[in-house]
Each structure stands twice: as C-alpha cells, then as structure tokens.
Design a protein around this ligand. Structure first.
Ligand code: TRP
Length: 451
C-alpha cells in the first residue's frame, strides 16, 4: 500500500475526502451545464449515452486518477513521472500531467466567469428582483448582464477572490475545512429545492424529455457531447481528482469512495434536471436555448413561488457554493505544481495561478459582448474554450490516465492500491485497459472523421 504523505498534508478523514471530491464533482456542470447540453442534444438518448459514459469510462477512470495521485503523492505531472520511472518506463508520461494542469487553467478561466454570474444573480435575488418576473424580463436581465463587461468583470473578480482565499490556506486549513462546511450545506439546500420542485412542477413531461430516448437526435456530435459532459461533471481528465487522491490516507478504500462520489454526482445532475425542465416547458422556453438556460428559467420559476425571494437566495447561494468548491479543485493542480516545481509558498503560488486565470477569463467575458464578432471555426472565444477543453482535452487526458494505469503501472501496484475483491479488481482492469480508452478513442476519431 502506498505510504507517506503529500508535502501539502492530507484530508482529515475518509468522509472529508468524499465531501471534497463530491464538492469538486458537483458544480455548475450538474446544474448549469447538464440541463442545457441535454436540451441542445435532444434529451433522452443523450442522457442514456451520458449514463453509459459515466459507468464504463467515468467510474474506472476516477479510480485510476485517485490511485495514481495517492501512489505518487505529488502534483499530477510529478506523480505520473515518479510512478513511470519506478516501473522502468519513460518519464515522458509526465506531459499528460502537465497538460492537465494547463487544461484546468483554461477551464477555470470561463468557469469563474459563470461563477460570477451566480454571484450577480445571488445579489439580484437578495433584492427581490425576481418577484413576478415575466419571461421577457428574465431574458432581458440575462441579456443586460452579458452585454456589460464591467459588471461581469466585477463578479468574476469576486469569485476568483473567494477561490483564492480558500486555496492559499492550504489543504488542511483551507480545502479540508471548506469541504466539511460547504459540501453538506450545498447538498442540504439542493435537497430542499428539489423536494419543492418535485412537489409542484410538471415532472412527468420533464421525465419524458430526459428519459424517453429519441435516437434520431443522436449523432456523433451528441455522443461526443455526452462523453465530454461525463468527464466535466466528474472532474476527470485534468488531474483534479488525482491531486485530491494525493491527499488521501493510505488506508481508505478507493473503490468504495469512487462509487460514492460518482453516485452522488450523477444523482444531482438527474434530479436537478427533473426539477428544472418542468419550468422550461411550463413557460414555453426553448430547452436548446444554450448556456443562459438556467439563468432565465430559474428566476422565472423562483419568481412565481410563494416565498420565492427566500428560495431564490437559497438557490443561487447553493449554485455559487457548488461552483466555488469545484473551482477550488480546478486550481489545485496548478497551485501544487507551482509549490513543488517552483518552490513557491502556497500564498504566492495561489496568487500567481489565480492572477493568470483571472486575466484569461477576461477573454471569455469580452467574447460575449465587445468581441463577440471574433470567432474561431464559428465559435466565440468562450465557446471555443469550452469545446476544446470539454470535448477534446478532458477525454484525451482521461484516456492517457486510463492507459497509464492499465498498461504502464504493474498489476502489483494497482492491485495493492485498489485492494478490491478479485472480481471487482479484474473488472476494473478490463475496463481501464480496453473499454475506456477504446470508447474515448472511437468517439474522438469518429467525430474527427465527420460523424
Ligand atoms: N465537475 C465540476 C462541475 O461539474 C467542474 C470541475 C471541477 C471540473 N474540477 C474539474 C471539470 C476538473 C473538469 C475537470 O461543475
């Protein structure tokens, strides 16, 4: 069993690790991204492919990431390098780890912008701006925000400030405490919201949209989007879960924890969709409306509820917290890398990483207004960053981890770390060696060849 500790410290308990990893996984991906991507790709069949991806790609790869991190006890680049060298293999595997550090930086640049939207909406909710709002007014509210780079920059900065404040306090004083306080709070508010949504909305129609597969809508693009969403939602493919694994005690079961994290993340996405689409249909909104979907539908729904203002504050608070705990994990590989590789203090590393990400985020902010005319292959900077990271870099990073854990690491090492009953271990090894890399490869190549 891998022993020792990361120089950054470790989680205070098995539960804290699960809370931290769940806090990473449950985020804007579940509540903001899943509904609109499902909506854009026709619903039911997309959801089915998504669930399949979670099971045959997500679950084995989350176990692979945690085990590589825990065995390596370093930032993703060096964990991979050290483990490769210990097997007498090429150190060049480390570049997959460095790619992850960069991918996380790219993702957080636009993720923080959306995190800023949640804060802006929290402020609107607090002053009762959603009460009896009309669909047109809700659309206008979002339109006004997106047209205003200064307001977006303000909230983007506040959001990055929150992320940095936790990150610079380190693992034991920052990330660990944040996980203990924020994740349970987040799950509690979500549960209350969903209970309310399910008791009032037209759940039947939402369930039909989400679960009745219409395979005519399922093209290569939709399958790629489902796979990208699985990576994004589970925080896989860039070393976030890997670095969280590097802070995990050696005696914690990896398969058991992975199962808990994946189950929680998937449940939140599905339940959020079930509570959310009734509002879309009841107000005649277009499920394929795009990234603004939640920010138009929710004010509408919340504005019509009794005690809507209170619920609206609770909801956007929950969304902001979900984004916050995820963003912390998106930055952690870069921070750990700077501390270990550049011998910086945690404070400096955090400030440098956050500063770079903050500056890069301005690109996404401007791509929604002043620079919306500049496109790359028909996509604005924000759309291009989202597409490149989610649909290409995360699957590539995930495939690299799968191949690394399945083929480069010896059976002795992975069996020791996973410590699972023989049939479960064999199933994992089969998935991580053949099924996950092939599935990712087929989807990526199929799409490249114009599927
Ligand atoms: N999983 C988070 C969400 O669903 C986002 C996230 C956090 C993430 N860490 C990540 C996505 C690492 C990809 C990789 O909102």
């Amino acid at each position: 069993m891998g022993s020792g500790q990361s120089i950054h410290g470790q989680w205070s308990s098995r539960l804290t690790f699960i809370l931290a990893a769940t806090g990473s996984a449950v985020g804007l991906g579940n509540i903001w991204r899943f509904p609109y991507v499902a909506g854009e790709n026709g619903g039911g069949a997309f959801v089915l492919v998504y669930l399949l991806c979670v099971l045959v790609i997500g679950l084995p790869i989350i176990m692979a990431e945690i085990l590589v991190g825990r065995r390596g006890r370093r930032n993703p680049m060096d964990s991979i390098r050290v483990l490769a060298l210990a097997e007498g293999r090429s150190p060049h595997w480390q570049w997959a780890g460095l790619l992850g550090v960069l991918t996380g930086t790219l993702i957080l640049s636009f993720y923080a912008m959306i995190g800023g939207w949640t804060l802006a909406y929290l402020a609107e909710a607090a002053r009762g701006a959603f009460v009896d709002i009309t669909p047109a007014a809700a659309e206008r509210m979002l339109g006004d925000l997106l047209a205003d780079p200064w307001t977006m920059l303000f909230w983007h900065s506040v959001f990055m400030g929150l992320v940095t404040a936790v990150s610079v306090r380190g693992v034991e004083g920052g990330l660990d405490r944040a996980a203990q306080l924020l994740t349970p709070g987040l799950l509690l508010i979500l549960l209350a919201m969903v209970g309310y949504g399910l008791s009032t909305g037209d759940v039947g129609r939402a369930a039909h949209f989400l679960f009745a597969p219409d395979f005519s809508r399922l093209d290569g693009e939709a399958v790629l989007a489902a796979m990208g969403q699985a990576f994004f939602s589970l925080s896989l493919g860039m070393g976030a879960i890997m670095i969280y694994g590097s802070y995990l005690r050696s005696d914690t079961s990896i398969p058991g924890s992975s199962l808990a994290i994946v189950a929680m993340d998937t449940a939140v996405a599905l339940v959020a969709g079930l509570a959310f689409f009734p509002v879309v249909f009841a107000n005649g909104l277009d499920p394929a409306e795009g990234p603004g979907l939640v920010f138009v539908t929710l004010p509408l729904a919340l504005g019509q509820m009794p005690f809507g203002s209170g619920f609206a504050v609770a909801f956007f608070l929950m969304l902001a917290v979900a984004a916050w705990t995820s963003a912390i994990s998106l930055m952690e590989p870069a921070v750990a890398w700077l501390v270990e590789r550049r011998a910086l203090s945690r404070l400096r590393a955090g400030l440098i990483a956050a500063g770079a990400i903050w500056a890069l985020g301005i690109l996404s902010i401007l791509s929604l207004n002043l620079w919306s005319g500049y496109t790359i292959a028909g996509r604005t900077a924000f759309e291009a960053l989202d597409y490149l990271t989610n649909n290409i870099l995360l699957p590539l990073g995930g495939m690299a981890v799968a191949v690394f854990a399945g083929w480069t690491l010896s059976r002795a090492v992975t069996a020791d770390e996973l410590d699972a009953a023989a049939p479960a271990y064999s199933a994992w090894r089969l998935l991580v060696r053949y099924v996950s890399p092939l599935a990712v490869g087929v989807v990526l190549v199929g799409k490249l060849l114009g599927g």
